[in-house]
Design a protein around this ligand. Structure first.
Ligand SMILES: [Fe+2]
Length: 344
């Protein structure tokens, strides 16, 4: 019930980042409406599939497909292999599908792992990146944003000549998919699959407040050695006994800053979408968070200002406690699967 010590070794498949996630929705048009309000950009539509992108290097970060049986489904996350050699290594892991062409803009190849618990994980390689100008952050809300003035330093005054903070209402534009995770019935077996086959290493592990030798949550990062990566790209929560089936807890997408977060929140509220929890500040990972429910009931998060860590930060283990420093009270159904109604 305790998570074993995990380290990355060159023999494991090295992944460099998360690229995209797969979903199926009963009403694709309704989801598309939500997606635009949430800050995605439609990259391409192919039949019953819409590829949504952010302004990052990935040609798309969210694949939305019309559900054939009308039930919402999560199809797992796709990770980019660090090299062709690593991709070929992934193909040799037991349970790997044969590599096949990756449909969608940018091309590439994909290997899929259909897990015994009905979830999926994908490894991709050879996809063509978008060209990104990292000097300029695209926005739907900021007319002008200079540096922040603090009590003792006024950098905006110093640079000035009409440098005011000016904004207007609009969606919080997405940069990329940052992380996702499961409430998992097969916690120990799945943890073993992800961490023994790939360079996935826990940044923080939390144990049950009453049962100290039972780990209940793992925030897992991609170990890139000395290079910094997001505090967590993936997470796993041990499902409480009443949960019948493993489900995705939420997927999360990066946005640029605090003003974008609040403007995006107001935009989604004004459009009548269902707020779940936020805006607040997380403890582990430090993200400024804001959770919403999409039309299928999947929880979906905007985050800004997340931590990055590297190999020098060892796995920490602590008791499970409050997950926010500030923000609204945690809703009672935050851990629940809100898609349940539509899956029955
Ligand atoms: Fe999150």
């Amino acid at each position: 019930m305790r998570i074993p010590h995990v380290e990355n070794y060159p023999s494991k498949v090295q992944l460099s980042r998360i690229s995209h996630v797969y979903f199926e929705h009963a009403d694709l048009e309704k989801f598309s409406e939500f997606a635009h309000d949430f800050g995605f950009v439609e990259a391409e539509r192919r039949g019953d599939v819409i590829y949504f992108r952010g302004y990052g290097r990935d040609p798309y970060c969210y694949v939305a497909k019309k559900s054939a049986d009308g039930k919402p489904k999560f199809g797992g996350g796709a990770f980019v292999a660090a090299s062709e050699e690593e991709f070929n290594k992934a193909a040799k892991i037991p349970g790997a599908s044969p590599p096949k062409p990756l449909e969608g803009p940018g091309g590439g190849q994909v290997i899929t792992f259909a897990r015994p618990n009905g979830t999926f994980m994908h490894v991709i390689y050879g996809q063509e990146d978008r060209q990104v100008d990292t000097k300029h952050i695209p926005t739907e809300t900021h007319d002008h944003q200079g540096p922040f003035n603090t009590p003792f330093e006024k950098p905006r005054l110093a640079r000035q000549k009409g440098q005011f903070q000016r904004y207007h209402p609009g969606p919080a534009l997405i940069h990329k998919v940052g992380h996702y995770g499961y409430v998992c019935k097969e916690f120990d077996a799945e943890f073993d699959f992800y961490t023994s086959n790939f360079n996935l290493v826990p940044s923080d592990v939390l144990y049950h407040p009453q049962i100290h030798d039972m780990d209940v949550l793992a925030f897992i990062r991609l170990d890139l050695g000395k290079e910094y990566s997001d505090h967590h790209t993936f997470f796993m929560q041990r499902a409480p006994p009443e949960v019948e089936q493993t489900y995705v807890h939420h997927t999360s997408y990066e946005i640029s800053d605090f003003d974008t977060q609040l403007l995006g929140h107001e935009w989604l509220a004004k459009k009548g979408w269902r707020a779940v929890w936020g805006v607040g500040r997380h403890v582990l990972g430090s993200q400024i968070f804001d959770y919403w429910a999409d039309p299928s009931g999947f929880k979906i998060e905007h985050y800004a200002d997340g931590d990055v860590v590297n190999v020098d930060i060892k796995t920490r283990r602590d008791v499970a406690g409050p997950i926010s420093v500030w923000g609204p009270e945690l809703p009672k159904d935050f851990g629940d699967d809100l898609t349940k109604e539509q899956r029955q």
